[in-house]
Design a protein around this ligand. Structure first.
Ligand SMILES: Cc1cc2nc3c(=O)[nH]c(=O)nc-3n(C[C@H](O)[C@H](O)[C@H](O)COP(=O)(O)OP(=O)(O)OC[C@H]3O[C@@H](n4cnc5c(N)ncnc54)[C@H](O)[C@@H]3O)c2cc1C
Length: 176
């Protein structure tokens, strides 16, 4: 990221876990950095002992942190890149100008395989939540001609983390 200089916005919609590395790399290349996240805390998944080390590293690198702001858009203006930031659930908007913007917004599921398999499945991809939470085998039948059960887990549902993917898999598979 040596091409990003000046004042750079590093946005992370998951609370800053991925943003920290980017922020530190940008500072090393001479930029001043502000991390912005819609979460209420920075790195909510990181335990308190480890988190204090991360916060110290950001402080030593002069990285500013703004929580509770979602990035709604970036517009190129004669002065730079104007970021539109807002508070979730409200119409409030504020605009700040940066020289560069780095945004970490997760991944999009690739669902072609799931879509192809859907019509041939017994459950048409449906999950019975009561059975899932009771640790019972899935019994939904929406297609009598189906020949297998089809489930989406992990990032195939939406961009999350390793723990979510393992929990999805464990809940469904330990009853098989
Ligand atoms: C840069 C980055 C950093 C991350 N850091 C963290 C972190 O520090 N901690 C954390 O908890 N999470 C982190 N995550 C998120 C984490 O990697 C994912 O949430 C997790 O890997 C999801 O697991 P999954 O099994 O659902 O999907 P994946 O791990 O993506 O596994 C899906 C697998 O299916 C294979 N596949 C896809 N299509 C087909 C096909 N048609 N046929 C056969 N195989 C196929 C893929 O090759 C892949 O191996 C990070 C993600 C990214 C992108």
């Amino acid at each position: 990221m040596r091409w990003l200089h000046g004042h750079v916005l590093v946005y992370d919609d998951h609370g800053g876990n991925q943003a920290r590395d980017a922020a530190e790399a940008l500072v090393r290349s001479g930029a001043t950095v502000e991390i912005v996240t819609p979460e209420r805390t920075l790195s909510p998944d990181v335990g308190s002992l480890t988190a204090s080390g991360c916060v110290n590293s950001l402080a030593e690198n002069g990285v500013a942190v703004t929580v509770l702001r979602r990035l709604h858009g970036v517009t190129r203006t004669p002065d730079g890149l104007e970021a539109e930031l807002g508070v979730d659930g409200f119409a409030f908007r504020e605009h700040h100008t940066f020289d560069g913007v780095v945004a970490e917004v997760g991944t999009e599921p690739v669902q072609e395989l799931y879509d192809e398999l859907l019509d041939a499945s017994i459950n048409l991809g449906a999950v019975d939540l009561a059975e899932l939470l009771d640790h019972r085998p899935q019994s939904v039948v929406r297609n009598e001609d189906g020949s297998f059960r089809l489930f989406r887990i992990g990032d195939a549902v939406t961009s999350r983390n390793v723990h979510a993917a393992m929990l999805d898999a464990a809940r469904l598979c330990r009853t098989i």
